[in-house]
Write a protein that binds this ligand. Structure first.
Ligand SMILES: Nc1ncnc2c1ncn2[C@@H]1O[C@H](COP(=O)(O)OP(=O)(O)OP(=O)(O)O)[C@@H](O)[C@H]1O
Ligand SMILES: [Mg+2]
Length: 245
């Protein structure tokens, strides 16, 4: 089932067209990839989907509702959560406290659809274990390695029990083994019926975990399909994979 539809989205910053008539879907139960060279417009498109950037043109639909004009917090309340390419955790709080803050906020908004009936502290501890942060739980967030801080971002996003999860380069800074279990976690999250939309430069991860992949180049979607289809696409090889491999 299609949960998110971005339709014909254009974003102009003065003379720069960062996104140019881009359309993409994300389905519940699927991991959808968004790849493309640096500056292709991936983060800008994420910002449009989450409401941080108003598009010059185009529509964002979520659960069949036009949310193009909705504020970020209204989208969050509908079940959209994200992580940031640049880290946004509270540095002086511990890893556990950071997740707890998110769990408390979620609890306060007490969504009826929420599957969590545990205390915020329990929710936080379960999430910390789930994303593999146990060893770092008591460390101040600004003292953990970058890859670990990204997992913290993920745990905070999951504390909101999102239907749609947007991840902007979540695996950078992770070791090979950590990336492996991170990929498995993404499949599990999709298996729970969530839609996962991931921007990532790690092609091996993208090809392994995604059901569908969209390729953005100079703000335009130049290919969409299964990982196998996208990998075989001549335009993609030329624009992206050819230069990356
Ligand atoms: N707030 C802004 N004002 C002006 N230009 C911007 C702004 N944000 C992004 N851009 C420009 O828009 C284009 C797309 O940037 P964006 O950050 O979306 O790319 P990206 O695909 O996420 O790249 P990366 O892989 O490096 O993260 C770039 O040319 C960038 O310089
Ligand atoms: Mg980016």
């Amino acid at each position: 089932m299609t949960l998110l539809e971005a339709v014909d989205v254009t974003v102009r910053f003065g003379g720069v067209t960062a996104v140019r008539g881009a359309s993409l879907d994300a389905a519940a139960g699927h991991v959808t990839g968004l790849i493309g060279p640096n500056g292709a417009g991936k983060t800008t498109l994420f910002n449009v989907i989450t409401g941080l950037q108003r598009p010059t043109r185009g529509t964002v639909r979520f659960s069949n509702e036009d949310i193009t004009r909705r504020a970020t917090h209204e989208r969050a309340r509908r079940g959209i959560a994200r992580t940031f390419q640049r880290l946004e955790a509270f540095g002086s709080l511990s890893v556990r406290e950071n997740v707890l803050v998110a769990a408390e906020i979620h609890r306060r908004h007490a969504l009826r659809r929420s599957r969590h009936h545990q205390t915020p502290a329990l929710v936080a501890d379960r999430l910390i274990e789930r994303v593999g942060l146990d060893r770092y739980a008591d460390r101040p967030a600004d003292t953990v390695p970058t890859g670990i801080a990204r997992l913290l971002e993920l745990a905070r996003a999951l504390a909101l029990d999102p239907q749609l999860l947007l991840l902007d380069e979540p695996s950078s800074g992770l070791s090979t083994a950590e990336t492996e279990s991170f990929g498995e976690l993404l499949r599990e999250l999709a298996g729970e019926g969530r839609a996962v939309l991931i921007v990532e430069h790690d092609m091996e991860l993208i090809m392994r975990v995604c059901d569908r992949v969209n390729v953005l180049n100079f703000g335009t979607v130049i290919a969409s399909g299964t990982p196998t289809e996208v990998r075989a696409d001549a335009d993609v090889r030329h624009a992206y994979l050819g230069t990356a491999e």
